[in-house]
Write a new protein. Structure first.
Length: 201
């Protein structure tokens, strides 16, 4: 099954009557000079891009055990998505987005984001909420950025954060019970939502 996207053609597969297009990129890899910048439109490709296997996943800390399976497939081009549809040619289909844990919080947040209005119809949010996501203010982002930079020992700039080793950064952001050097601590001074806002702001 081959369909056309704005960037090129993708070849999916059919499993149990459902068309699957896996690992379809929606932006260029956010690495190198693009690290910690807003996503850039995906570069168009020639020919047909295979979309029959799951794409790369963002860098994550190693965990010996998780209650919910979390497959890891490290790679730079992790800004991709999976599309499942009974009929890829039907017009006016309802788009449903879904996520688990932090992904669920992202989906719920998108429900209240004006820029996302009209892009999807339904949400499946599994084991997650956006209850602790506070509104961004002009004062909050700089203050949080300064606090995070102080904890990491880097300059409070994009270049400063970008130079911080990715593995240590992920360990810090992903395992809130560990500090930047991997030592276990009780809590961090910054909430997870603050850290995300600081880096994206």
């Amino acid at each position: 099954m081959i369909v056309r996207t704005t960037a090129g053609r993708v070849e999916g597969c059919v499993v149990d009557g459902v068309h699957r297009f896996l690992g379809v990129p929606y932006a260029d890899p956010p690495v190198g000079d693009r690290r910690l910048l807003a996503p850039a439109p995906v570069t168009a490709w020639e020919g047909e891009r295979p979309a029959t296997a799951y794409g790369h996943t963002a860098f994550q800390p190693d965990e010996e055990f998780t209650l919910i399976p979390e497959p890891k497939n490290p790679g730079d081009d992790f800004l991709n998505l999976n599309v499942y549809t009974p009929d890829p040619g039907a017009a006016g289909m309802q788009v449903t987005i879904g996520g688990q844990s932090a992904g669920a919080a992202a989906c719920v947040t998108l429900m209240t984001t004006p820029a996302a209005r009209g892009l999807f119809r339904n949400v499946i949010a599994m084991s997650g909420s956006a209850a602790n996501v506070a509104p961004l203010t002009s004062a909050r982002v700089p203050a949080t950025t300064q606090r995070l930079a102080a904890e990491l020992g880097v300059a409070a700039t994009r270049d400063g954060f970008a130079k911080f080793d990715q593995a240590r950064m992920v360990r810090y952001l992903g395992c809130m019970g560990l500090d930047a050097d991997g030592a276990r601590v009780e809590t961090h001074a910054l909430a997870a939502s603050d850290l995300a806002f600081s880096l994206s702001g």
